[in-house]
Design a protein around this ligand. Sequence first.
Ligand SMILES: Cc1ncc(COP(=O)(O)O)c(C=O)c1O
Length: 350
Amino acid sequence: MVTTQGTTQNQGSVDAATRVRRCVQDDILSRGIMAKLTPTEFIWHDGTMIRWEDAHVHVLSHSMQFGSSVFEGIRCYKTPAGPAIFRLQDHVQRMINSCRIYRMELPYSAADLVTAACQVVDRNAIETCYVRPMVLRGYGAAGMVPFDSPVEVYIPCWPWGEYLGHGALENGVDAGVSSWHRVAPNTIPAAAKVAGNYLGGQLVKMEALANGFDEGIALGPAGMLSEGSGQNVFVVQGGTLYTPAIDGTLLTGITRATILTLARDAGIPVVEQPLAREVLYMADEVFLTGTASEVTPVRSVDRISVGTGTPGPITRQLQREYLDIATGAREDRYDWLTNVRAEAATAVAT
Ligand SMILES: Cc1ncc(COP(=O)(O)O)c(C=O)c1O
């Protein structure tokens, strides 16, 4: 029993709690959801390549103390023309915007960061990977005011498969609506991709896993649909594609923008508007989008089947087109791919 002071009186329940935790962890591991880092050799750090094992920060760096680390998540795909990074310029621009919101002065241009991302993938000689640029406030400031801490940039990359577990892209995942809400507009800016924002995401995700779901979908402060812990949400109803409007509670996803473009061009009607929770239970199709999750079908929400419980035709069509463009199987008609070797070579040449 937990008293109002938060102490556990019944020691017998500790063992039971540990058993439950282990069960949940085994279940999560067997579903392949808990991805461990796979080290690569080099990390780009402020213009030089350092070894993976040498990328340390001080425990008292500002970002460690206060969560002030801006970052991005980007995917690099193997294509017939060599590795290519998907929508790299857009990710770099979002990172620059996040820095502007937090008054972080980046000593690099967008073009510098594009080249650096390509250099680190090229140097590590991997073709399919996840790229994670990070802008940290380092060691110096003692309190919240960050200006005595230097701004440092790291760009690691590593191999990363299906974010939502084995078979997620093919078969879909089970989602649950979270008891945790997203932050309200004008509290912590949802459009900035900053480490501190992900405290809420962790609560959503851990709760979902503990309840046997693969992912959690959070509502905004007004009780309307917002986003997953690391994804935007889409719903198909009667042939129309719906997604919550950018309302200050969710990240302006780059995959979200990609899907909106592909859908409009395919003649699928698209609506961005506030959506009530129950829309998820009535939908013909639901899917999640994100760089890590790509386009992942949702087969159930709160144990209610979505449509027939299998990925629907519009989800399949958009998922296929997205992956085909990203992997070079279909023409890159929007100029979304940056060829890693060509871009890295420009840096060497200059
Ligand atoms: C909270 C959150 N929402 C949405 C997304 C999807 O964004 P993107 O498609 O740019 O990866 C992400 C992924 O980074 C995220 O962390």
